[in-house]
Design a protein around this ligand. Structure first.
Ligand code: PXP
Length: 243
């Protein structure tokens, strides 16, 4: 089965916001990624607007050649914004103001009625909801309950493992979760903390449709350029899948 690469371009904006300049251009970056193998562009409009700004999302939507996966918190403000932009996919993530990055999966299980309502709102705008969750059966069951068509399995805990035993344990947990979600008819994506070193094992999981990768690709771009960093990752995931 095919495997797709979504490149998260948040940190192009991090660089721009550090100086309040007009460069580097988000649109140019996204287009280079697309020309180099990205199948979609992911971006996270955070409540604190620390990197991506509202105008970036609006401008990108009209200039993308692939599709947009907009990550956002399940708030009314973001829902209104999404209904204006109409990204193809909307990935619902938990958000804490002080965190460096998204630290854990969304707890769909304990906010079932709210997340179900948000998924319904997105669907009414023809936007596919994707729920960013931990590799946990209860959360997967809750995603089904919410009628979400897509889940994205949080790979951050796997990426953070400090030794082989822990990382194999996490990997097995992810494999089981992906297979379970797939058997329930969900589209399974995965992402967070993925690098050239740890992505192969995730790409090998047959039920995974799309990987969303940002920080490591943008960091690698400093040394090899954004086009090479993107195509290198695309080649790696396709090779791992035997394509
Ligand atoms: N997927 C989701 C839902 C995320 O929130 C992020 C980080 O914004 C990513 C993927 C990409 O993570 P990383 O930058 O660690 O590759």
């Amino acid at each position: 089965m095919s495997i797709f690469l979504g490149v998260n371009i948040d940190h192009i904006a991090t660089l721009r916001q550090a100086r309040g300049t007009k460069y580097p251009s988000i649109v140019e970056a996204a287009n280079i990624c697309e020309e180099s193998g990205a199948d979609s562009i992911t971006l996270h409009l955070r409540e604190d607007r620390r990197h991506i700004q509202d105008h970036d999302v609006l401008e990108l939507k009209s200039k993308l050649k692939t599709k947009m996966n907009l990550e956002m918190a399940a708030t009314d403000e973001m829902l209104i914004f999404a209904s204006k932009v109409l990204p193809e996919d909307c990935c619902l993530v938990p958000e804490k103001r002080q965190e460096l990055t998204t630290e854990g999966g969304l707890d769909v299980f304990s906010q079932l009625s709210r997340i179900k309502e948000v998924c319904g709102e997105l669907k009414s705008n023809d936007i596919k909801a994707s729920l960013f969750i931990d590799a946990d059966k209860h959360q997967i069951d809750a995603a089904v309950e919410c009628n979400a068509p897509i889940i994205e399995i949080h790979t951050g805990h796997y990426a953070d493992c400090k030794n082989k035993i822990d990382s194999n344990k996490e990997l097995n947990r992810i494999i089981e979760a992906c297979e379970y979600a797939n058997s329930l008819g969900l589209q399974v994506n995965a992402g967070h903390g993925l690098t050239l070193e740890n992505t192969g094992n995730i790409a090998k999981i047959d039920s995974v449709v799309e990987l969303n990768i940002g920080h490591s690709i943008i960091s690698r771009a400093l040394f090899v350029g954004l086009a090479n960093a993107t195509s290198e990752m695309k080649d790696l995931i396709r090779e791992a899948r035997g394509l």
